[in-house]
Design a protein around this ligand. Structure first.
Ligand code: 2U9
Length: 344
């Protein structure tokens, strides 16, 4: 008994004196002390030679010895790992430029939307958004569309679960109605958003697309204000040389109504395929807000007037970047999307 206890003490001082120089000497330490044929296990075997009344105490000594060896191994292992890490860290040239990750590009529709909104913000318009699932009143009724208007037809509009109450909005005009209902005047808002129409998908039409609509309501707002605002917009969006012209049109929510053309940016007005040899391309619809629409939202149409306009973002993007097929905008082909890196 005395001999084995003395032996354990000697082992402990040998273990305490050990320092691992490298991974190999650490492994040698593990095999010598903690391996299946190691000295710790062999010492454990001495238990059978100890008299029964001393087994408990000896068991504790053995456990402490085992722990001592294991802890030493763990601390030396950590030291080796830390120095290996430091070696790698020290060998890296931290001044080298990093390898850039390709993080994608903004979608062309987003680029154009942001540009349009920025231009109107400079004129004092604020951005507003509203729901894409809308009720009949905010999408049609309040906008002076009669109950039998063809746009309400299920052939043209998506109804949610065939329920006549809920539809996918067909324009962002529902946002204007909701803002007007709040009753705070004057209103000067620009509203970008996704809209839905039940169309067969082709190069020129899709069942969803994006619009930007604008609305300005105050006292004494005139058609001249509308023209000047839109002229400023197209000059900023396309270039300084762009010309505009207005043609009379009809929308149930505006009176008078007009469509605006710009001089063709492809051929400079000389005539090409894009402008169908007319020198002009249509880019938006607009008009003075119909008195019925103002009254529908509780606004006194004898005191206030306003103008509104709407344009398709896909169309604007196609004109600016000569994109020939609308389907490219929703296919997410990176070869197409990458071309807009750094655009605008
Ligand atoms: C309210 C009052 C009036 C918004 C307007 C148009 C004319 C228009 C089309 C352009 C291409 C839709 O994306 S498109 O197919 N829009 O021509 N939109 S006036 O008039 C409003 C809106 C809200 C309360």
């Amino acid at each position: 008994m005395e001999t084995i206890l003395k032996q354990i003490e000697e082992y402990k001082s040998e273990i305490a004196a050990f320092t691992a120089e490298n991974a190999d000497s650490l492994e040698a330490f593990r095999i010598k002390w903690l391996g299946t044929k190691g000295l710790v296990k062999a010492t454990m075997g001495e238990m059978k030679n100890v008299p029964n009344d001393q087994k408990k105490e000896f068991g504790q000594t053995l456990n402490a010895f085992k722990l001592f060896a294991e802890e030493k191994f763990d601390t030396e292992k950590q030291k080796i790992e830390a120095s290996a890490e430091a070696e790698v860290f020290g060998s890296i040239d931290w001044s080298l430029p990093g390898e850039p990750e390709f993080i994608g590009t903004r979608h062309p529709i987003s680029l154009v939307r942001n540009k349009v909104v920025d231009i109107f913000k400079r004129l004092g318009f604020a951005e507003a958004e509203g729901p894409e699932v809308e009720d009949d009143w905010h999408n049609f009724g309040a906008l002076n569309l009669p109950p039998d208007h063809p746009a309400r037809d299920m052939q043209d509009t998506f109804y949610v679960n065939q329920d006549p109450t809920w539809i996918l909005r067909t324009h962002t005009s529902n946002v204007q109605i909701r803002e007007m209902e709040k009753g705070k005047l004057p209103i000067r808002l620009i509203m970008p958003g996704r809209v839905y129409r039940n169309e067969t998908i082709s190069a020129r039409a899709h069942c969803f697309f994006h619009q930007v609509e604008g609305l300005y309501i105050a006292e004494n707002v005139s058609f001249a204000d509308l023209k000047q605002t839109l002229y400023f917009f197209v000059k900023e969006f396309f270039n300084q040389d762009v010309k505009i012209r207005f043609r009379p049109s009809y929308f149930p929510f505006t009176e008078p109504s007009a469509e605006m053309d710009i001089s063709c940016q492809i051929c400079g007005g000389k005539g090409c395929n894009v402008c169908k040899h007319t020198g002009w391309v249509e880019i938006l619809g607009c008009g003075m807000v119909h008195p019925n629409v103002l009254e529908n939202c509780g606004i006194d149409s004898t005191k206030y007037t306003g103008f509104a306009f709407g344009m398709g973002l896909e169309r604007l993007t196609m004109l600016k970047y000569q994109v020939k097929d609308l389907r490219l905008f929703s296919e997410n082909d990176v070869r197409f999307l990458k071309q807009f890196e750094g655009a605008l």
